[in-house]
Design a binder for this molecule. Structure first.
Ligand code: FES
Ligand code: FES
Length: 211
């Protein structure tokens, strides 16, 4: 009975065609986590307030907790799992978040990374103000945001080939590298940037993966 209204949706996630059986009330967040089994995307508020669930839909950052799963039909979705390069290397944003200590508990990190990617895809050389505006919907309880802004600037510099210049001008790079490196060593930062932080109360699979 409960599954009678479910529909199979077909969409592309991180470049791979997938299908998932979803209910009419399912959000894209639930479809990704429980339908596709990608648990990197996190649920914070579940109400469009915190940005933890941010993913890209056809290149645009959206709160997946508000996006109806059925509307993902035929769309291309990018999640934090899709940031890692084909060769296994982390995306420059992921590396910079670790290096600059922009990851502490890591729960906001997948969403912050995806909002940052959407920004850099449209504006490869954003100002600090533009980064703050782009990340205004991503709440972080831990970092105070400064490290996140610095990390996005550093990633942009690396991607633009101006990293050496930026490092020479940067006030925070040397001071924060040590903290970032120690976080990575403990595993916390790496788990945050790859989306592997545990989310109590959310099953990772429901057996409904059909892709
Ligand atoms: S969980 Fe989607 S905005 Fe908070
Ligand atoms: S909420 Fe903990 S690192 Fe942002």
């Amino acid at each position: 009975m409960a599954g009678m209204d479910k529909k199979n949706i077909h969409f592309v996630v991180n470049g791979d065609p997938v299908s998932a059986l979803v209910g009419p009330e399912w959000t894209l967040l639930r479809a990704l986590r429980d339908g596709v089994g990608l648990t990197g995307t996190k649920e914070g508020c579940g109400a469009g307030e915190c940005g933890a669930c941010t993913v890209l839909v056809d290149g645009t950052a959206v709160n997946s907790c508000l996006f109806p799963a059925l509307e993902a039909e035929g769309r291309s979705v990018t999640t934090v799992e899709g940031l890692t390069q084909a060769d296994g290397n982390l995306h420059p944003l992921q590396k910079a978040f670790i290096e600059y200590g922009a990851v502490q508990c890591g729960f906001c990190t997948p969403g912050a990374l995806m909002s940052s990617k959407a920004l850099l895809d449209q504006n490869p050389d954003p100002s600090a103000h533009q980064i703050k505006v782009a990340l205004a919907g991503n709440l972080c309880r831990c970092t105070g945001y400064t490290q996140i802004v610095e990390a996005v600037q550093a990633a942009a510099a690396e991607m633009n080939g101006t990293a050496a210049v930026a490092a020479g001008n940067g006030s925070g790079a040397a001071a924060t590298t040590g903290a970032g490196a120690s976080g990575a060593a403990s595993g916390t930062a790496l788990a945050g940037v790859t989306g592997a932080v545990d989310q109590p109360g959310h099953a990772s699979t429901s057996g409904e993966v059909t892709a």
